[in-house]
Design a binder for this molecule. Structure first.
Ligand code: FPP
Length: 261
């Protein structure tokens, strides 16, 4: 077992607003409003715990398919939240940035996004990234197209070229991805970036996910062994050297060690 520090970069799929509201015989939008309140608590908690980057999935490329009144409520809610929360962001030294295809939003929301980013741009504490009109496949395709348009069409597309053009290129590697609401899937969020992230699934609905729940996730993360494809022995023993492949595997059969992930 190995342990490490607080994650630098946490991403959260904030799921369960609608169910939270329905459990209270309220409209789904009531849950989204409660979700914003919870977002504030978690942003402040991450800033206090020394997390350097927090990326929140606020609106996916697929969320346009929701009922029209829910989509327009969410747009208005984002405008309102951005206006209202800038004070809290500045108080906590949080720098806000949106990732995703924000050009797809109406002009009012685009302006709110620009204003809020501008008003927090000189903060140097927690970097808060709101993924809006975001999809992981979109991010990868967009990065490939940017790589090509940079004049690399004749060159081979490499991993580092794609990484340089992803919407998260300004951020450290993703350490921990949390999903609330009981579902166990990534839903097209940061699919490239999550390649070696630790995943944590909480049954709590987003409006019930508080700083104590965040601490459970961080504690769980700290106890994980991040192997990046290496073996447990290599990580446990710094001077551990792997025997020659032939010694391990004289018959050329696939050894069990190759299967450690
Ligand atoms: C998922 O719950 C939540 C959303 C699609 C919207 C997320 C938005 C917020 C929490 C507001 C955050 C605001 C800012 C400005 C960052 P769901 O509706 O899918 O819940 P369900 O699975 O219970 O239906």
């Amino acid at each position: 077992m190995s342990s490490h520090d607080t994650p630098n970069h946490i991403a959260i799929i904030m799921d369960g607003n609608g169910r939270w509201a329905q459990q209270r015989n309220k409209k789904r939008t009531f849950g989204h409003k409660a979700g914003v309140e919870k977002t504030r608590e978690i942003v402040e908690a991450c800033a206090a715990r020394g997390v350097t980057s927090l990326t929140l999935f606020a609106f996916s490329s697929e969320n346009w398919g929701r009922p029209e009144d829910e989509v327009s409520y969410l747009m208005e809610l984002f405008v309102l939240a951005l206006k209202r929360e800038v004070k809290m962001l500045n108080k906590n030294n949080v720098k806000l940035k949106f990732i995703g295809d924000v050009a797809g939003f109406n002009e009012k929301l685009q302006k709110s996004i620009k204003d809020a980013e501008k008003q927090t741009e000189s903060n140097f504490g927690l970097e808060l990234n709101i993924a809006a009109n975001y999809g992981g496949r979109w991010d990868i395709v967009n990065a490939v197209n940017l790589s090509i348009s940079e004049g690399n069409s004749k060159k081979t597309i490499t991993e580092s070229l794609i990484e340089k053009n992803l919407s998260t290129c300004h951020l450290p590697e993703l350490d921990l991805m949390i999903r609330t609401g009981g579902e166990k899937r990534i839903s097209n969020f940061l699919i490239w970036q999550a390649a070696y992230a630790e995943l944590y699934f909480s049954d709590k609905l987003w409006p019930d996910f508080d700083s104590t729940e965040l601490d459970y996730a961080i504690t769980d993360y700290k106890a994980r062994q991040r192997r990046y494809g290496k073996t447990g022995e290599q990580l446990e023993t710094p001077d551990f050297e792997l025997p020659d492949h032939e010694m391990l595997n004289p018959d050329g059969n696939k050894s069990n060690d190759d299967q450690v992930r």
